[in-house]
Design a protein around this ligand. Sequence first.
Ligand SMILES: [Zn+2]
Length: 310
Amino acid sequence: MKVIYNKNFNIDLGVLKYLHPFDGMKFCKIHDELAGSDQVEFLSPEGPIEISIVDDFLTSVMRHRVKNKNGIMQALEIPKVPFLSYSYLDKKILTPMRWGVAGTLFGAKKVLEEGGVIWNLSGGYHHAMPQNMEGFCVYNDIGICYQQLLKDGHVNKDDRILIIDTDAHHGNGNAQTFMDNPNVVLLDIYNASIYPASEFTRERVDIPMKLKSGTDGETYLECLKIALSKITGEFKFAFVIAGTDVLAVDKLGGLKLTVDDVTEREKLTLKKLADMNVPAVITGGGGYSSESAIAVTKAILAVTRDYQRL
Ligand SMILES: [Zn+2]
């Protein structure tokens, strides 16, 4: 398995970590666990995504808000701390996220050239959109990536693109970003009892699978199978948002999956993509609990073992 990682993905909040339920160093933990495997090849983008590329994606109002301390703190759900400067937030959080966006774009270009599947440990910021940032998402990496792929001719607007979102939260940012683009097909399996509750974006999802708080792994996997079976037609490639906030230990997701359930989930998703012969970029999505890193590590090793073509 090709895995995209750079040490700059990591979000080291220092003293701030006491203000937020967040393991921002999970990328480094996954990397270190996988580093001993000869089945894993690490790749990295050359740098963070350029600000001008992000600006091209954003509305004019957002271009200013994204460079404003208060707007960023609200999006990141950090309590207002007077001594924090924008440059501190930019260095500690926004720059790592821009590396994550670059990882998704790097992976997408590579799978479009070579086929197969690439796993970006970061990215999957599915609550961000051109006109807003929220839910710990500032830059919608998938939207920015799609924009760039169109610009440089890797895809054209008639190509069908698939987004499989298995993060515990509804991907309102992706739904809003692709609201008027029927060639981007959205499958979203999420806890419908929690944020975000926007019916407007929920209705944009082509293949929705709404779950209740407390859904266990067995039920989740059955529901995912049903949703995956509804995907029809051909696709140029796919994005997957493989958030680990579905884990029972996660404080935000409200679902009850185990680490092994997450492995089964990724196997189901990748089996479907392999059966359809659709290249894909997996992105990290949400999930910053104590078990997130181990769930991702185990899943990557398991799918690499099972699907040699990957
Ligand atoms: Zn989430």
